[in-house]
Design a protein around this ligand. Structure first.
Ligand code: GDP
Ligand code: MG
Length: 212
């Protein structure tokens, strides 16, 4: 519980999606524990871990949900995505097939969350330079078409991993802050009146005085 006078830590749910073996679990492990394992076995069940991330104004807590093998059971994905604020769509830059799949993964997120979600396209395994099948320009183009963020990472080398999470935390917190002042402007429910008919009709710049 937050101490008196201290605002509770903002929590955001991030879901990791993308084909199997693209490095979702490895990205989470690198960020959480600064480790990398070449022999990851997919485990059963959806699990999550959380970590606090400092941003320009304070700290936010990120809850990271990993799909552990459910990528094969797409019917489970909608429930998994449903109440997320951020979707991390990962592919492997050495696998064009995994890049092609991102279109469907992004569509799944949009179908569940509409525009009420931040999506980032992550091209992982940049350390495998000679095996690259997807160029940086293609990734940028896909991200622009879909109007989403993008970044390249290597969980193995730790490249851009901290930056990825810091950016997501910052962008998400800013999006929440943009929404907050509007919420404060609306009066408490008890004081809220049903607008008079003239108010309802006068769509453009209605004034309260005209309704008294
Ligand atoms: P997931 O199925 O998407 O969770 O993928 P994993 O995290 O289990 O990774 C699948 C395989 O790719 C494992 O053998 C990892 O060691 C390897 N891997 C993950 N990230 C990287 C990376 O950045 N570079 C390289 N070279 N291998 C990686
Ligand atoms: Mg995994």
């Amino acid at each position: 519980m937050a101490a008196a006078g201290t605002a509770p830590l903002k929590k955001y749910k991030l879901v990791f999606i993308g084909d199997q073996s693209v490095g979702k679990t490895s990205i989470i492990s690198r960020f959480m524990y600064d480790t990398f394992d070449t022999h990851y076995a997919s485990t059963i069940g959806i699990d999550f871990v959380s970590k606090s991330v400092p941003i320009d104004r304070g700290t936010v807590r990120l809850q990271l949900w990993d799909t552990a093998g459910q990528e094969r059971f797409r019917s489970l994905i909608p429930a998994y995505i449903r109440d997320s604020q951020v979707a991390v769509v990962v592919f492997d830059i050495t696998s064009r097939a995994s890049f092609d799949s991102t279109t469907t993964w992004i569509a799944d997120v949009r179908a569940q969350r509409g525009n009420d979600v931040i999506i980032v396209l992550v091209g992982n395994k940049t350390d495998l330079v000679s095996q690259r099948e997807v160029s940086a320009a293609e990734i940028e183009q896909r991200a622009n078409e879909q109007e989403i963020m993008f970044i390249e990472t290597s969980a193995k080398e730790g490249f851009n991993i901290k930056l990825l999470f810091r950016r997501l935390a910052t962008v998400r917190a800013r999006a929440a802050a943009r929404r907050a002042p509007r919420a404060r402007r609306s009066p408490p429910a008890a004081r809220r009146r049903r607008p008079c008919r003239r108010w309802r009709r006068a769509r453009r710049r209605p004034t309260r005085r005209s309704c008294s």
